[in-house]
Design a protein around this ligand. Structure first.
Ligand code: ATP
Ligand code: MG
Length: 509
């Protein structure tokens, strides 16, 4: 076939798959546009899981005739003008491609009105203008926009194949609604499902009231904390439960998918939730130059400039919450069953994590060894040697948000400098006690207090440290979420294994 340039229409249809791959993706883009237009009230209609129709009427500032001309063109946005604007972004949208993509794969009708101006209407089917901009007589309020999208993917039927089952698609739509209810507790959203069932999310005072209404459970607990230029608020349901949960991470008003943060919370909150999880909403504000949201067209993934600082903030925040609600933690523990780390749990974690760490593949822990796959080979990592090597690296440190109190030995002055070289900075408060001010970055994900204690007891001699207790306490998730696992040096520390090795290991354990 000769080389030909693709038509704009085909480019839009291809790009649409990246921006809007499902009805919930469409709903997200429409809600975000309304919120960017400063709407406080959204009326939404959804039919046949959004495939037949999704419409949204907002009370935002609306568009005039000129804006309507441009809104559906590719790369047309009123939100940024140059690349630097991304560093001060205050809107959800900025790529200027959502409406172009949506109108390429559906039938779209838009009516918009600015205050004291006439309303205008435009209609586009599969990128083709079927109704040029005209004056429109009816608009329900003083200003705002109505977007009516019907027959989603009628131009690209192959997309239907990639949709999930009806239940999952419905859950995804509900999840989008929940996210924006939590981002803006004051937002009023009304949804009409298939012309009959109505959901009303009335405005709430704050996020805690909103999550309590959404889950229909009372007694959530809340903790706030600041760290460097970030501030965070964590609201959780202290009772672990099995039913569907609301678990929302919001960074600078954006709903974010981040399994690492989720598992970090789950780990730190384990004294409360035991082996389970529960509802939570974590909100973090940070200056836009500290993260990049431009990593994926759907804008639900985030790349932090200093990921370890963000993780330090989150684990500090969750610890603070436990500390300030120790009465609830204690009462919960009295009722909790004594669940030991059982092999079936490891298997469970294995299946849980195997799909999210694609660059490393599968993990399993056996005694002092981690077995994992990397680039289609199986490796065996000696965990004792792994931790020894972590301590011997040149250490970057993480300052602690909450200083842990430490017991000191009488000759503290002799080993204080050596501990500092490992990344443990301690201020002595008296002869027996000190406050831990920083920890080595490489150990942040692990029980660093246990290692510090060992270092103190063994006069800072790494080769004498007994890592067995630490290793026995580790779960696969602790190991997988170690930032060091993405380090090539881990491969150097490991040996490639075959089935004989595995069987030998099996016998030894
Ligand atoms: N509900 C709305 N009310 C007012 N203006 C709107 C609305 N929806 C879209 N617009 C205007 O149309 C423009 C194009 O919207 P579109 O969603 O395609 O791009 P964007 O929001 O700028 O960026 P992104 O592609 O990242 O969403 C917006 O920049 C905005 O000016
Ligand atoms: Mg947009």
């Amino acid at each position: 076939m000769a080389i030909e340039l693709l038509s704009e229409q085909v480019i839009d249809q291809i790009k649409a798959g990246e921006v809007v791959d499902s009805p919930s993706g469409l709903l997200k883009e429409l809600i975000e546009n309304s919120l960017d237009a400063k709407a406080t009230h959204l009326y939404i209609e959804i039919e046949n899981l959004g495939l037949k129709k999704i419409s949204i009427t907002d009370n935002g500032h609306g568009m005039d005739e000129q804006d309507l001309q441009k809104a559906f063109l590719r790369h047309s946005t009123s939100k940024i003008q140059n690349y630097q604007d991304l560093n001060q972004l205050s809107s959800f949208g900025f790529r200027g491609e959502a409406l172009a993509s949506i109108s390429a794969v559906s039938r779209l009708k838009c009516i918009s009105k600015q205050k004291d101006r006439a309303a205008h209407l435009v209609e586009i089917h599969g990128s083709e203008l079927v109704h040029p901009i005209t004056l429109s007589q009816q608009f329900p309020s003083e200003h705002g926009t109505t977007m009516i999208i019907t027959d989603l993917f009628y131009k690209t039927p192959a997309r239907y194949e990639f949709l999930q089952n009806d239940r999952s698609e419905l859950n995804n739509l509900k999840k989008i609604l929940t996210s924006y209810c939590l981002i803006y507790p004051q937002l009023h959203i009304e949804v009409l499902w298939d012309k009959e069932k109505r959901d009303l999310f009335g405005p709430c005072q704050d996020t805690q009231q909103r999550i309590e209404k959404l889950t229909q459970k009372k007694s959530f607990i809340m903790q706030k904390a600041d760290y460097e230029q970030m501030n965070a608020c964590l609201i959780i349901n202290p009772q672990a439960h099995q039913q569907k949960k609301i678990q929302q991470i919001i960074i600078d008003q954006r709903p974010i998918d981040n399994k690492k943060i989720h598992y970090l919370l789950q780990q730190v909150l384990a004294p409360l939730w035991q082996q389970g999880t529960s509802d939570y909403c974590l909100k973090i504000h940070m200056p836009p130059h500290l993260y990049d949201i431009n990593v994926h067209p759907k804008k639900t993934e985030i790349k932090f400039q200093e990921a370890t600082h963000v993780y330090a903030l989150i684990s500090g925040l969750a610890k603070l919450l436990l500390q300030n609600h120790s009465d609830i933690v204690k009462s919960q523990q009295n009722f909790a069953p004594d669940l030991k780390d059982s092999p079936s749990q490891h298997l469970h974690s294995l299946s849980l994590y195997s799909d999210n760490i694609n660059q490393h593949g599968l993990f399993a822990k056996k005694g002092n060894f981690l077995i994992y796959t990397y680039q289609e080979k199986i490796f065996l990592l000696n965990l004792t040697r792994y931790f020894q090597s972590l301590l011997q690296k040149t250490q970057e440190v993480i300052p602690l948000l909450i200083s842990d109190p430490i017991e000191l030995k009488s000759n503290f002055a002799n080993y204080q400098k050596r501990l500092m070289e490992f990344g443990f900075e301690i201020d002595a408060i008296n002869a027996q006690h000190g406050l831990l001010r920083s920890i080595p970055k490489t150990l942040a994900q692990f029980d660093y207090l246990l290692i510090l204690k060992e270092l103190i007891n063994r006069d800072c001699k790494v080769e004498k440290i007994d890592f067995n207790t630490l290793i026995a306490k580790l779960s696969i998730s602790d190991l997988i979420h170690s930032t060091e696992l993405s380090d090539e040096s881990m491969i150097n520390l490991s040996m490639e294994i075959n089935i004989d090795h595995l069987q030998k290991l099996e016998r030894e354990n």
